[in-house]
Structure formats: structure tokens, C-alpha cells
Design a protein. Structure first.
Length: 67
């Protein structure tokens, strides 16, 4: 039983990291760029972020996602 609970907690932590903004590490990702990488609304602001923080592509399109 404890092993299952531990595995579920580990998986939950992993999923939370995947949906957390890699720039601020605080907010949930809610914007996806044309390259497929994501960021939160604040960090993906066009006045702040011109290139993808992961692959360095010029950001041409931002799409809102709901998680």
C-alpha cells in the first residue's frame, strides 16, 4: 500500500513540474508557442519574451491552453 501511495505522489509531483512555468517556476503554463513549448501568461508576455526560452525560436504565435 505504501509503495502505491509513494508512486502516486511521485507521479503527481512530476505532473505538477510539467505544467509549471519553466521561467518563473511559480505559475501554471497557460500559453503554448508554435514550437510546442509553454510558459505562463506573465512570462510569455510579448513585450518580455521574443524567443522561446527552450529552443530559442522566434515566437510567432501564442495560443492559450487550459490545464
Amino acid at each position: 500500500k505504501n509503495v502505491v501511495v509513494r508512486e502516486l505522489r511521485d507521479k503527481l509531483e512530476q505532473l505538477e513540474l510539467e505544467i509549471t512555468c519553466a521561467i518563473c517556476m511559480d505559475q501554471r503554463c497557460s500559453i503554448v508557442f508554435q514550437c510546442g513549448h509553454t510558459a505562463c501568461v506573465e512570462c510569455s508576455n510579448p513585450s518580455k519574451l521574443k524567443l522561446c526560452h527552450i529552443c530559442r525560436q522566434i515566437i510567432k504565435r501564442r495560443t492559450t491552453i487550459y490545464t
